[in-house]
Design a protein around this ligand. Structure first.
Ligand SMILES: O=P(O)(O)OC[C@H]1O[C@](O)(CO)[C@@H](O)[C@@H]1O
Length: 358
């Protein structure tokens, strides 16, 4: 099976609203915002939705060679060497697979922070934290100045924050942040520990460590109250506060701390270009690249990646076989596919999400 694997939509319930654009992308008749604002692309992670334990959410399902529908992660485990390749001498671990999502917000998300990898391992006994990155794809026209909140610009003391969380003094919490304006093509990296909230009206590709761990320190958004168990990763407030990075990021330093500027890795002068959006200099957790295609763009890669067609359309050719690619389609390219070529006469942009340190 020397091929890419395409994914169908895999919408996941969340505590905030959105998803109208995802409905549109899926060709639904009546696109609308709902509690399904995310699409988890080829996910090997199960969503943690307290109160919805009866529903299995998050895991991507695919068809295997015998036509059976199986969890994508089980398919990968059947030939981990081929699909994931090697890291040094060892076959890559399933924990190296980033979690990639389309996220389409119609409301601001609640204030939250995710654990770092070290915190997850040392304090929660879990292999991965949730350092995350955002590639902004589109913003909604009716939202005048789309924004995110990232890191405290004016850090409260631990005791102060604890009090504000307990009394849900959202005005004071919001006062710790300045809005960071966002526009399509912007890229941000949010290391674990950094408090944040995504603003309304943003469609993004979100890339993160493979986990669904969040400290939610705003308990109510748009009428939905987050159950107690889901607020502090099922731990107490002291453990949750330990996960925070309180180091202030003053307004003049937010770009330096969170914004990632692309660097050109390859440009053939004919319109084909490969850019590094997030590399090992930023995080060991995952790698993000953008391929811009004009004509034929032949590539050699020895690591696996998720490909997401964010603009235009075209095809990918592997071993003489041509597979069409349309805008918004997403696929997994196994590490065992050593060479492939993108083709597009009209132009195509593909975001490629790899494991860290490739
Ligand atoms: O609290 P919820 O509804 O799970 O939402 C958390 C969402 O916030 C994000 O961490 C973005 O900041 C998403 O990855 C995640 O799904």
């Amino acid at each position: 099976m020397n091929q890419i694997i395409k994914f169908t939509a895999n919408r996941v319930w969340r505590t905030y609203q959105g998803g109208k654009l995802l409905d549109t992308i899926e060709g639904k008749e009546n696109p609308k915002d709902s509690s399904f604002p995310e699409d988890w692309i080829g996910s090997t992670v199960e969503a943690r939705n307290v109160g919805r334990e009866h529903v299995s959410e998050g895991l991507a399902m695919v068809e295997n060679a015998s036509g059976e529908i199986v969890a994508f992660r089980d398919l990968l485990k059947k030939d981990q060497r081929f699909f994931l390749g090697k890291n040094g001498n060892a076959v890559r671990s399933m924990d190296d697979i980033p979690l990639v999502k389309y996220l389409d917000s119609s409301t601001r998300l609640h204030f939250q922070a995710h654990p770092t990898r070290e915190f997850a391992q040392q304090r929660l006994g879990l292999p991965r934290g949730k350092t995350e990155a955002y590639v902004i794809l589109e913003t909604r026209e009716d939202v005048k100045d789309p924004y995110i909140y990232a890191g405290f610009q004016r850090s409260p003391s631990r005791e102060q924050l604890k009090k504000w969380i307990e009394t849900q003094d959202i005005q004071s919490i919001e006062g710790c942040f300045d809005r960071i304006s966002v526009k399509p093509c912007d890229v941000f990296l949010l290391p674990g520990g950094r408090p944040h909230a995504l603003g309304e009206g943003i469609l993004m590709l979100e890339i993160m460590e493979p986990s669904d761990l969040a400290v939610r320190f705003e308990f109510e958004r748009c009428g939905y109250v987050i159950p107690e168990q889901a607020r502090f990763m099922d731990r107490g407030i002291e453990t949750a506060l330990d996960a925070f990075n309180f180091e202030p990021v003053p307004p003049e330093k937010t770009d330096q701390e969170f914004r990632c500027l692309p660097t050109i890795m390859l440009d053939d002068g004919q319109g084909n270009r490969l850019e590094q959006l997030i590399g090992a200099d930023k995080t060991p957790c995952f790698t993000v690249r953008r391929a811009s295609v004009n004509g034929q763009f032949t590539r050699q890669e020895d690591a696996f990646f998720y490909g997401i067609v964010t603009q235009g359309s075209g095809a990918i050719v592997i071993d003489g076989e041509t597979i069409q690619l349309k805008q918004w389609e997403r696929f997994f390219c196994p590490a065992g596919v050593a060479e492939f070529a993108y083709m597009s006469e009209t132009g195509m942009s593909i975001l490629e999400c790899y494991p860290g340190n490739v």
